[in-house]
Design a protein. Structure first.
Length: 86
């Protein structure tokens, strides 16, 4: 296992084609918000707890799309909140 330390807005790029990008969006207490960009057809991103429950990976895609915030929108929301607090 590779262990890295990252700050907000820093990225990790994975793969020879650089197709998978993990971006640290927000760090608050013991929680980290991350954004993952990857080709959905080749690299489905599944929360581990759903795999443990036996959730069908193909059905989760619709659930995620209905309940997720696009990374760009979340990043803008975080930045807007940070600016308003200063």
């Amino acid at each position: 296992m590779l262990v890295l330390t990252r700050k907000t807005e820093e990225k990790i790029v994975i793969g020879k084609k650089k197709e998978i990008v993990i971006t640290i969006l927000k760090i608050q207490g013991d929680k980290v918000s991350i954004g993952i960009t990857a080709p959905e057809d080749e690299y489905p991103v599944i929360r581990e707890e759903l795999l443990r429950k036996g959730v069908d990976v193909t059905s989760q895609r619709g659930i995620v799309q209905r309940h997720s915030i696009p990374a760009k929108d979340l990043q803008e929301k975080i930045q807007s909140k940070a600016h308003s607090e200063t």
